[in-house]
Design a protein around this ligand. Structure first.
Ligand SMILES: C[S@@+](CC[C@H](N)C(=O)[O-])C[C@H]1O[C@@H](n2cnc3c(N)ncnc32)[C@H](O)[C@@H]1O
Length: 303
């Protein structure tokens, strides 16, 4: 029996029938440089500037700490799917996995990831799962997603992970999550996907997390934007649908740090699973100006 409590939003219905159709994910050859990944982890640089993207990646590589460099080199097979990369210090590096190591750095500064049972809601092609399993001896990693991305992450992780790590990954359809009443997880991860769901669906997930998890790591935009200088020409209906998604719908100047910081206060309130949860840490989530990240924990007295 599947449930509508975690169903796909109007936005994701559109995406799953245009950019991430099943026929486009049959072949992993170049999906990271195509429409598929431009709706998952990376904006299309054709519209935003290949030169700027590569320059940004290069500069971020130059500033990587030795520990993050080491984390990156432990993630094998990052070249699958032909990512847009630069070569730095002997390794090919793309933006998706740079973000992966920043995410791990923030989480690992506050939590001991080894031995955890992790659940990730909305994993895209699975870059975060790949990054974490390559760096930590987690017990299990459960991915909850809509069917198309679930198939993509399944196919991708089969190709990039060792058999031992793959055996730790469970793939669950979003509509089947409410049936997992008996499961308990140490950590839930949500990156760049609550902002693309209808507000009630986000609330349903937060209710699930409040009951079934000990920690939540969330990284998402602090609000929406309508910046004409970005020259975005996507399908007009996708913009209007996107503006109505998520629980943070204020339009702000995303390249104004004061506005971003002001909106981070709303972010921290919106993603707290319930009143008995406690904020552990939060910060700006580089490199995108308007992304924030936070870790919350369930209070010891939670019923
Ligand atoms: C923009 S992608 C981000 C993917 C990944 N976290 C990353 O940062 O690379 C959004 C993800 O959320 C998933 N998603 C959207 N609506 C969902 C829902 N109702 N339940 C579960 N996953 C959902 C999409 O299928 C996709 O995997």
């Amino acid at each position: 029996m599947s449930s509508t409590k975690t169903a796909e939003s109007a936005l994701w219905k559109l995406i799953n029938t245009s950019c991430i159709t099943l026929d486009k994910i049959q072949d992993l050859n170049d999906f990271k440089s195509s429409d598929v990944n431009f709706r998952i982890a990376l904006w299309n640089p054709q519209t935003n500037g290949m030169r700027y993207l590569k320059t940004l990646i290069y500069n971020l590589c130059a500033e990587l700490s030795p520990q993050n460099r080491d984390r990156l080199s432990k993630i094998k097979n990052r070249n699958v799917g032909e990512p847009i990369s630069v070569n730095y210090d002997g390794q090919a590096v793309c933006m998706d996995y740079l973000q992966g190591v920043y995410e791990i750095e923030f989480i690992a500064d506050h939590l001991h990831l080894d031995d955890m049972n992790i659940i990730e809601i909305g994993a895209g092609y699975g870059r975060t799962c790949h990054s974490i399993l390559s760096n930590h001896l987690v017990k299990s990693y459960t991915i909850v997603d809509l069917p198309n991305c679930l198939e993509l992450s399944h196919r991708y992780l089969m190709e990039v992970l060792s058999d031992e790590n793959l055996s730790k990954v469970n793939f669950i359809k979003a509509t089947d999550l409410p049936e997992m009443e008996m499961r308990h997880f140490d950590l839930c991860i949500n990156i760049d996907s609550f902002a693309e769901m209808e507000p009630q669906i986000v609330q349903n997930y937060l209710d699930y997390i409040a009951c079934h998890c000990n920690y939540l790591y969330v990284k998402n935009p602090v609000g929406k934007y309508k910046d004409p200088s970005l020259n975005i020409m996507p399908k007009e209906n996708e913009v209007s649908i996107a503006l109505n998604m998520g629980v943070l719908r204020d339009v702000l100047d995303i390249h104004n740090s004061s506005e971003v910081i002001n909106h981070s206060i709303k972010f921290l309130a919106a993603y707290k699973p319930d009143d008995q949860w406690i904020l552990v840490a939060d910060s700006w989530a580089r490199p995108w100006s308007y992304y924030w990240q936070a870790i919350y924990r369930r209070s010891e007295n939670h019923d």
